[in-house]
Design a protein around this ligand. Sequence first.
Ligand SMILES: Nc1ncnc2c1ncn2[C@@H]1O[C@H](COP(=O)(O)OP(=O)(O)OP(=O)(O)O)[C@@H](O)[C@H]1O
Length: 253
Amino acid sequence: MASSSNNEAVVVVKNLSVKFGEIEVLRDINFKVYRKDFVGIIGPNGAGKSTLIRSILGMIPYEGEVILNGKVGYMPQLSSFNREFPISVYDFVRLPVRKEKNWKVIVDETLTKVGLEGFGKRLVGTLSGGQYQRASLARAIVGKPDIVILDEPESGVDEMGKARFYDLLYELNEDLGITILMVSHDIGMVFEKCKTVMCLNKTLHCHGPTKEIKPEDVKKLFGEFDIWIRAHSHYEVEHVHENPDFSNLEEKK
Ligand SMILES: Nc1ncnc2c1ncn2[C@@H]1O[C@H](COP(=O)(O)OP(=O)(O)OP(=O)(O)O)[C@@H](O)[C@H]1O
């Protein structure tokens, strides 16, 4: 099912199921993520994407097995932090390396890497949406992780900011060899930038190299027209010869 030219699995998920009370949110999920992969996890609202990530990170109880081969950095949903809290960018970013003697050098290097050079003393609450997004990424990578896990990193950021952010992720993946596992609602960007796509809705519906995921695989997953249409141009480009039928889509316009 899964895919990569790099053979070493850095995330292994076996028979993972999660219930909240009587409600089953994830059922028997199995997959591997290989070193240097850039995986986009897509699925409709309530599909269990965040639950999957939180299980992998050991934040909630689950049945099954999760193996992580490497150090993990986590970028939670941007809305999970109260930006009114009076904290400087330095203090926000340094959390994972706060015990290091030279934390300031490490944080400065990381801020430069994400394009926030000189922002250390600013209060987090004074950053723009895009700057805050990059500060959150800095916090996720400051500890030099092998694997970075991101939960909807693009929410609340404009299109230009999103594109720049995805370029940054691409660089981390390509240049530093960081394995990336990212939940996203931006299907267009996922299909443009990610090497591997996972389609989740309680169970794993599809998982493979981006170019091998078929429109109908994704279409089955989403009832919501607006999510689907964002991926339209990608599919037209990638799949026009093999599967050019967008007639239903046109009717809905
Ligand atoms: N702590 C919890 N207690 C009870 N139910 C929960 C809890 N966390 C999540 N759920 C439920 O589990 C289901 C999956 O939620 P989850 O946040 O994982 O979905 P998601 O795919 O990330 O959704 P979205 O795209 O809307 O962020 C939802 O029905 C949600 O209400």
